[in-house]
Design a protein around this ligand. Structure first.
Ligand code: MCA
Ligand code: AMP
Length: 486
């Protein structure tokens, strides 16, 4: 079966049915297929393309076109700063960048051929038809942060995308009648693969809010939306809005009427889960995944939404907990690292065989770095992470090391350490501990935040800066981050 059957054969699918909607802009299956095919012809020889992944229909047309043409696509966060963008472009080496006609692209993309995406384009009679590429061929390269160094490109084959979306179809009884509502960014797995390719593979619809708001969620769920996907920060903001029952009558009704409310990308706090359940009578279900593995576990639509758990392994996914040395847990009730194996896994990190080898065991298990326990019925409870230098803020994975490097580039910074602190809205908040070059005039916090946003990405900017005379170090000179908060 092709990756997007409803687009492969629009004649056999509901060509007039809405595929995607962003605000006032809507694309039916027929028009999306036509625009994507016209673009696919233009990029068929491009080798690899970058997609300027704004929350807009052009992004959908661009990604679908790349998939049709069998050309790997690298979705770019349009807010990425200079240094990070330069890294992604040189690492992934796309020949071409696909963007909406009016988008202004940064200098880091100047050397690429620009192709404007036309959502109204129609294929010409001379256009090629596209055979379905092999399941192992790379479909998307998605950049993801590690503890140190710049982000790595996870190469996601068609096989993994198909397997994860079909496992979610099974778990959530996801059909072409579903109308998914979300406001997730389109340059990560959650928003792009689950949130766009998910509905398109099922022949269903997606309504993207452009920018998250509780009003937008209420509006779209009340007017036909059946499912909501979000990160915990979004559900926290929903729970906050529900706390004022008179102001949130529409939101309460909209959530109560939805078929499925799904949270992922980070742990949903039990407090927010319970507040939403108390106000709406509906329980949010969680699923657990990673850029490298796509989705691993999930609570089923017909399963028990147990707060604090992410459900059991999805169809086709093997999951086990291991000790520090990789051996099986001696006490099945204790904490171990989650390892997963299955058709949902990536093929490796682009240009990083070392990192790929380190992430996988000899027999193909992926080391997630997430620590968990198992309930007796197989439900997974994630209790923490192996690496303290990985921060999850707003559902984004951020490496402390990359922010430290960016801070050290600022002339006003002599030493820097970055940690994550609990935050009710973001889950974790990035905190920078800075030893100023000149203690008499430390660089202002906003200046450091702006510097990191401009170099890396706005979501990687420190939300708090604390100034110190020196960083705590052990006898070997290593920074003792654990003692920073104490
Ligand atoms: C603020 N801004 C700045 C600066 N300060 N820009 C430049 N320089 C600065 N110093 C801008 C920001 O760019 C943003 O712009 C606006 O101000 C607000 O920023 P911020 O406060 O960070 O945003 P927020 O409103 O707090 O965002 C919360 C959020 C967001 C909407 C929940 O964090 C989000 O979309 N998270 C989703 C993450 C996600 O999808 N993760 C999936 C990866 P503007 O207002 O224009 O936006 S994980 C994954 O895929 C795995 C597989 C999984 O399991 O799902
Ligand atoms: P990323 O690399 O950005 O794809 O993020 C993957 C990480 O997000 C996982 O390794 C987990 O730490 C975390 N994560 C994703 N979903 C959940 C969830 N439902 N509960 C807790 N953590 C999650």
């Amino acid at each position: 079966m092709s990756l997007l059957p409803a687009l492969q054969d629009p004649a056999g699918s509901p060509a007039t049915r809405e595929a995607v909607r962003f605000g006032e802009q809507s694309l039916g299956y027929g028009r999306l297929a036509a625009a994507a095919d016209a673009l696919a012809t233009r990029i068929a020889q491009a080798g690899r393309v970058a997609v300027w992944a704004t929350p807009a229909p052009e992004t959908v047309v661009a990604v679908v076109a790349a998939l049709r043409a069998g050309v790997p696509a690298v979705p770019l966060n349009p807010k990425t700063g200079e240094r990070e963008l330069a890294h992604i472009v040189s690492d992934s080496a796309p020949s071409t960048v696909l963007a909406a006609a009016g988008d202004v692209l940064p200098p880091a993309l100047a050397s690429l051929t620009r192709v404007d995406v036309d959502t109204a384009a129609a294929p010409q009679p001379s256009d090629a038809s596209f055979p379905e590429p092999s399941p192992e061929s790379p479909a998307l390269i998605v950049y993801t942060s590690g503890t140190t160094g710049p982000p790595k490109g996870a190469v996601l084959p068609r096989r993994a995308i198909a397997a994860t979306l079909d496992a979610l179809e099974d778990a959530w009884q996801w059909t072409g009648d579903d109308v998914l509502v979300h406001a997730l960014p389109l340059f990560h797995v959650h928003g792009l693969i689950l949130g766009i390719l998910g509905p398109l593979r099922r022949g269903g619809s997606v309504r993207h809010l452009g920018r998250f708001s509780t009003e937008g969620v209420a509006r779209e769920l009340e007017s036909g939306g059946t499912m909501l996907f979000g990160v915990p920060t979004m559900y926290h903001r929903i729970a906050e809005a529900l706390a004022d029952p008179t102001a949130s009558v529409g939101l309460t009704k909209a959530l109560a009427g939805a078929r499925l409310l799904v949270s992922g990308s980070a742990a949903l706090p039990v407090h927010d889960h319970e507040r939403i359940a108390a106000a709406t009578g509906r329980r949010v279900i969680e699923r657990y995944g990673m850029t490298e593995t796509l989705m691993n576990t999930g609570v089923r639509a017909d399963g028990e939404p147990r707060p604090g758990t992410v459900g059991g392994p999805l169809r086709g996914v093997e999951l086990r907990l291991v000790e520090e040395d990789g051996s099986a847990l001696t006490d099945p009730a204790s904490i171990g690292e989650i390892q997963v194996r299955g058709p949902n896994l990536f093929t490796g990190y682009l240009n990083r065989p070392d990192a790929t080898a380190a992430a996988l065991t000899a027999d193909g298990w992926f080391r997630t770095g997430d620590m968990a326990t198992l309930d007796p019925d197989g439900y997974v409870r994630i209790v923490g992470r192996k690496a303290t230098d990985l921060i999850k803020s707003g559902g984004y994975k951020i490496g402390a090391g990359e922010i430290e490097n960016a801070l050290l580039d600022h002339p006003g910074v002599r030493e820097a350490a970055v940690t994550g602190e609990p935050d009710p809205d973001l889950g974790e908040r990035i905190v920078a501990w800075v030893v100023p070059a000149d203690p008499g005039s430390p660089p202002p916090a906003e200046e450091l935040a702006g510097h990191v946003a401009a170099q890396l990405s706005p979501h990687k900017r420190p939300r708090t800066v604390r100034y110190l005379d020196a960083l705590p170090r052990n006898d070997l000179g290593k920074i003792m981050k654990r003692s920073l908060h104490g």
